[in-house]
Structures are given as C-alpha cells and as structure tokens.
Ligand binder design. Structure first.
Ligand code: NOJ
Length: 761
C-alpha cells in the first residue's frame, strides 16, 4: 500500500540520490529518509549483514584473532556482513572493529556496539534489585546515567538493560537483575532506567541505547530454574508481565531482547503474538528486537525448529530482527527468501529498524563518536561516578530489624568484632554482571568501618564461603569442609561489646544460570551465626545477597539485621555510613522475603482464592488454602523496611467516596516523623478491586512517594485515583476499569491495614 508518508519518503530519496555529492548533513533529511536512501543502495547480503551480531573476537593489541573462526568473522565484518558486535569494549578496541566496518566494507555502515551494562561498567553500582529497594526514581535514573557515561566513554553505545522481568520466585538467580515482583514499581523503574541510559539526546556521546529484556515471561520460568519453561495465562501475561515492557516502550526504549524460555509452548524468539502483534503492532514500537544469545539456534533443542534453516524462518517470521550469536540469519536467510519462507518486506523492516537506531545514535555522522581514549581515561572511575554509586548504595540498603535501637553504633569507645566471610571480601559485593570491572575492587565492610577510627575492630572471617573465586561462567564452589576459622571468630566475639557479622551469598551465586533450591545462608554461615550468638548475642547481621533469603532463625534471635545486597564498588563505605548512622536507611523491599522455600512463588498481590482463610469456617478445619507447616504470609512483606526514626500515619482522608468514569478523587494521609532523627519514608498506596470480570489481586500497588521529614515534622501526602489507574486486562481482552467497590490502603508497606473504600460508577 502506498501511503502519503511513503510517497514523501520516496520523493526525498530521489532528492537525496540526486544530491549525493552533498554531504548527508548538508541535506536536511529526516532519519527515516536517510534510512530509506541507504536501504536502496544495499544488496540483500548487506541487509542480512545488518541483522547479524557477533561476539567480540578481535584483539587489537596483537593484532591476533582470539578464536579459531575469527578470520571468517573478520572477513564478514569487512564484507559488511555484520551489523553489531557485543563484548568489544574499550575506546581503542571498539575503534579497531569500527574501522574495519566503516573503512573496509562497501557501504561503510557503522556497527552498533552492545554490552551488558547492568549495574555500572567499571565502577559498579548496586545490583538492580538493590537499587530498586531505594524506590527513588531520581537516584535510579542517575545511576543508569552514570553507567552510560562510563560505558559510552569505553566505546559502548548500546546496553542490554534494563531487565524488566517481573519475578515472584527467589529461586531464580536472575531476580538480582530486575526490579522485583511488582509490575507497577517495575514499570516506574523501567522508565527511570531507560531515560537514564538514553539521556535527553541519544546523539550525545555519553548516551547509550537501552534494551528492555527479556520479552517475555522469563521471570516466570518453572520452579525458578533458569532457562526453564514458562506457562502462564493471558491474565498474568497482560496484567503482571507486560506492563514494565510497555512502560519501557512509552519511555522511548530503542531496542528489545527476547528470551530463552518458551511461553505456553512457543519459544519467545519465534513468538509472533508477542513480537509482531503486541510489541510492533499494538504498541507501535519502532526500534528493533535482538534475539538472546544463541536463542534462535536453541529453538532446535526446544523441539520447535527442525534445523538451523527452520529456526531462521521461525525467528524472522516471529519478529526477531537481529541474531545474537546463532550465525543463522547470516547463513540461512538468503535461501529462506529464495524458497519463499520469509519475505523481503520482513528483511527490509528489520534492517530499517536497526539502521534507524544507528542513525539516532549519531553513528552515521561520526562512527567514532564513542571512541575517544582521552575521554575514556578521564571518565572511568571519576569522582562524580564514585560519588554517584556511593549515594545509590546507601539508598539501596534496607533495615530489616533493629531491636532496642542497637543501631546506629556509637562512634567511639566500642570493641567491635567484625566476623564473617564477606566482611573483608572485595569481590563479592560487586555482584554478578560486572564484566568490565576488575576483581577485588569493591570497598569491603572492613575497609569501610576502618574509616571510623574511634572504635577498635577485631576482624575474623570465621569461615571461608567459597573455595576459590569463580569466573563469570563457572559454578560457585562453596566451602563445606573447613570450619577452622570458627575458633578465632568465637574468641573475637567473646571480648566484643558488639558483633557485626557479614554473611550472605557469594557475588556469583545469583545471576544468569544461578538458580537455587535453598534460600539459606550457604555453607557453614548459619552454623557460625548460631555459634557466635551463643557467646555474644549483641549481633548486627549485615547481609549481602542477590535475592530474598529465608531468615527465620536470624529474625527470631538476632537483634539487628541490615539487608545490604551486593552494593558494588562503594559497598563498604555505604554500609559503614549506615551502621554508624551517618546515613539513615530508607530502603523498602522490592520482593517479599519468604519463611520457607516451599512458599515460592510468593508475592503480595496474590489472588484471594475461593478458600482464603480459616475465619468463618469450622474451627480447626484444614480445608482452606494454606500450608500445614508454615504460614501463608512472608517473613518480611513487599515494601517493608525500617528507619532509625519512626513514622506515624493518620487515617486516610478522601475527597469523595464516589468516582465516576470522568472524574478523579484524592486520597491523603498525614505522615509524621515521631522519632529523634531526620528520615525518609516511602509512602505506599495500594488498591483492591473487590470484583472483576476476571479475579483481581487482594491489593495492588498504585502509587508511592518518597518523602523526607525532620524530627517532629509532618506532611500531607496525596494520591490521585482516576479510572485510568484502575484499568486492567479484563475478560473482554481490553484494558479497562470496571465499575464496582474498591478499597484503598496507604501505609508503610504492603501489609498495611490503614484503609478506606470508594466506588467507581
Ligand atoms: C544472555 C542473557 O540472557 C542476556 O541477558 C544477555 O544480555 C546476553 N546473554 C548477552 O550477554
């Protein structure tokens, strides 16, 4: 069909071609027009080349190809058969591959350089789950911005982030990469991260294109086992899984990555319903979709594609525009086209999308925009970035327990025993996904606490957590044989006024391929904790972990618990400032913390069921939805977190108890700081829709505000509720609000009982 737009484009293309002697900059043509002009010049092979992404292979310092097939890959680059590379990093290294693409290929189309910039490049910020605990959108956006500044100075112009997969299962190792269990919070965080990475103008040399991943339902892999099958219904898909992806599109995200999992029998890589109907159709997404690593080829193992040829056909028809490391598009698409299995329009569409992003990044105007070694030197590890990650780290810490105000610690005169395998660890706090960071570059808790010289610290590891530092792709080898450090730790604890124990997961125990069936403190750490508690119960437990853990014993027996996740380069400084009260923690959990692994999946926005509770039934009856050996509730609910001060909430005030389809109401509370120190609080609003054409969750987060109050200060916090906010994917397969009765809850976490009701008519 010839539209006015395509006629316009055609006209400009003709103009463009006849003015080819002028530079592209001199001719005022839009990106679309420049894309069309270029497309006209490309051979089929060159088009397919744009859809091909290779992993890094070229060692510029040699220059020796690193891998066996590097020669062929290099030749492909020179022939214009590669559109993108990943894992090439460093201004010099990127310049080297870019030079081949730009100077040796016929059309000189620049490469787009991808990298997993997940939480910082060389200077590491907290893992994304930790950052999400800040509920501070400004800080999260800034953290992504700082990561983009550092990575873009090292030649990178595309990050495979943010991961926006909602997950309700702490067994899944990749929960560390996301924003937790809630679609509303996840959507706000998706927006913040996309805007942080992409900045205000993608053409600037310090911005990178973002990538919303993994499309879709990867967070719902069965039993939390990575790469496993996902089988969920439309209701969960639309109401829980898709909203953060949609939010990323609305925030202008330039790319998407699909996922390894199958969804309801179809590998996501070939899912035309997701990629063509929803993403590129309903949502009008005009960026491109990259496959996950080898996921086109993996459709053979899924039992969905007969062979590589068939996999290529399925992936392209399904809407995957770029092939990451399957080598299938570059080898199969030509013959698929000859056989009529794929259409040239699909190829053109994919190439258009890819070229558009390259134009938007400014790569056609200057392919070496991101390859300035001087800038790289200046920006890497700069003061601004270090300060930024420290700030983010402090904001990510969640205070889980603080009996008798044992925290903050006095700054003088204390004898402190600092115990635990993670107390002096400089590697683990970097967490997983920090490919460009040097090992052992985090500030340890020991180093952080040593900044405060008024107390005496005796340090003892107590026990080793791992037998050796694992590499990115290796299994973590947990120490389960050697307890010889217990003795020194007990001795230190005996003499101490207070014991600070730093325990948790090794940095590589969460992340891709790191699923667990246990959510305990690995190795001998629980035993160490219990042994020390027998000697000195005045313990502050500092946890480092990439996922919710089961902490029942600690919650019963340890007076103070600080959730410090994997906080990155500045970990020890952030933790010390919180322990000493120079920073008052305000983080709130973005995932429920279970009482038992058997509760998984666990989430606050569950459905009531037909048998919700024992109340009103025969006393002692077993016939309700519960476990015989554990409560239904989490140990710490979603949104939970304490402060060194206290906040008092008033009852909810409402501007009206009736809402109609053209109006809105305001709901408010007064929040007062009743303690002695300044503090921040995340005021959270949840809504319950009592009846629906499909069943509705018991409550859903619908608003939050981070406020700071001086001692004695109070503030009125208001939220607007309108029909838009009450929309959900209904039985009519539409996003709509349905009339009926609602409850609103406003409080300090998802378990708040502070409620009021209203109706929508
Ligand atoms: C596989 C992971 O699933 C994905 O998130 C990542 O971006 C790619 N590998 C590239 O490293």
């Amino acid at each position: 069909m010839i539209t006015t737009r395509s006629l316009g484009v055609l006209f400009s293309v003709v103009l463009f071609i006849s003015f080819e002697c002028l530079s592209q900059k001199e001719i005022e043509v839009s990106i679309d027009e420049r894309v069309e002009a270029l497309l006209l010049k490309m051979t089929l092979k060159e088009k397919i080349g744009q859809m091909n992404q290779y992993n890094g292979f070229w060692n510029v310092t040699g220059p020796t190809p690193k891998e066996g097939n590097a020669k062929e890959k290099y030749d492909d680059l020179a022939k214009g058969l590669v559109g993108s590379m990943l894992n090439v990093r460093g201004a010099k290294e990127v310049r080297a591959v870019q030079e081949v693409a730009v100077n040796q290929s016929r059309l000189g189309i620049p490469l787009i350089i991808g990298f997993d910039l997940i939480h910082g490049y060389k200077t590491i910020s907290p893992i994304p789950l930790a950052e999400s605990a800040s509920w501070d959108m400004g800080a999260i956006k800034k953290s992504a911005r700082l990561g983009a500044m550092e990575a873009s100075a090292a030649g990178i112009n595309w990050t495979f982030a943010p991961m926006v997969d909602v997950s309700r299962d702490a067994r899944w190792g990749r929960v560390m990469e996301g924003a937790g269990e809630d679609p509303f919070l996840g959507s706000r965080i998706a927006e913040a991260r996309v805007k942080g990475f992409q900045g205000d103008d993608l053409k600037e040399n310090n911005t990178v294109a973002a990538c919303a991943k993994h499309f879709a339902a990867y967070g719902f892999v069965e039993s939390g086992r990575d790469y496993n099958t996902a089988d969920i219904g439309e209701n969960t898909l639309h109401n829980i899984v898709l909203p953060p992806f949609k939010a990323a599109v609305d925030a202008g995200v330039k790319t998407f990555m699909n996922s390894f999992n199958e969804l309801n029998g179809i590998p996501a890589t070939a899912d035309a319903y997701l990629q063509r109907d929803i993403l590129k159709g309903d949502w009008s997404f005009d960026g491109f979709v990259v496959s996950d690593w080898g996921s086109i080829k993996e459709m053979i193992d899924h039992g969905y594609a007969k062979n590589s040829y068939h996999a290529g056909e399925l992936a392209l028809n399904g809407g995957s525009d770029m092939d990451m490391e399957s080598y299938i598009y570059v080898n199969q698409i030509e013959s698929l086209l000859d056989a009529g299995k794929v259409q040239v329009e699909q190829i053109d569409d994919a190439v258009r999308r890819i070229l558009r992003v390259k134009f938007e990044l400014g790569l056609f105007d200057d392919p070496f925009l991101y390859c300035d070694e001087e800038r790289e030197q200046k920006v890497t590890g700069s003061k601004e970035i270090r300060e930024g990650v420290l700030d983010m780290a402090k904001k990510s810490i969640v205070l889980l327990k603080n009996d008798n105000n044992i925290l903050p610690l006095k700054k003088e005169g204390l004898k402190i025993a600092l115990i635990g395998p993670l107390a002096d660890d400089k590697n683990s706090p970097l967490g997983n996904w920090r490919i460009a960071a040097e090992n052992n570059t985090a500030v340890s808790v020991l180093e952080g606490m040593n900044q405060y010289s008024g107390n005496s610290i005796t340090h003892a590891q107590g026990v080793r957590l791992v037998n050796k530092i694992p590499a990115f792709h290796e299994e973590v080898d947990i120490n389960t044989t050697d307890r010889c450090g217990f003795k020194a730790a007990k001795k230190a604890a005996k003499k101490a006024d207070v014991v600070v124990m730093v325990l948790g997961e090794y940095g590589f125990q969460s992340g891709e391929g790191r699923s667990r069936t246990k959510l305990d403190l690995p190795g001998f750490q629980q035993e160490l904790l219990e042994e020390i508690a027998k000697i000195n119960s005045n313990i502050v437990l500092v946890l480092m972990n990439g996922r919710p853990l089961v902490l029942n014993w600690a919650n019963e027996n340890i007076p103070a618990i600080v959730e410090a996740w994997h906080l990155g380069t500045e970990s020890g400084n952030a933790i010390a400032q919180v322990l000493y009260g120079d920073y008052n923690p305000s983080g709130k959990l973005p995932m429920s913390f279970p009482r038992s692994v058997g509760q998984m999946p666990l989430y606050y926005n569950y459905k009531n069921t037909g048998r919700p509770g024992a109340e009103g039934r025969d006393a002692g009856s077993v016939f309700w939805s519960h476990f015989g050996d554990e409560k239904n509730t989490p140990l710490y609910p979603f949104g939970y977190g304490l402060s060194y001060t206290n906040f008092e909430y008033s009852q909810i005030e409402m501007s009206s108890k009736e809402l109609n389809f053209n109006s809105s109401i305001t709901v408010s509370v007064n929040v007062k700081n009743t303690g002695k120190v300044k503090g921040k609080e995340v005021v959270q609003m949840y809504v319950k829709d009592h009846f629906g054409s499909v069943t509705r969750p018991v409550r859903e987060l619908k608003g939050f505000e981070l406020i700071e109050l001086a001692p004695g200060e109070s503030r009125k916090v208001s939220f607007t509720i309108n029909p838009e906010l009450l929309k959900f994917y209904s039985a009519r397969k539409k996003w709509e609000a349905e009339p009926g009765q609602f409850s609103v809850f406003i409080g300090t976490n998802s378990a708040t009982k502070n409620s009021a009701s209203f109706s929508l008519k």
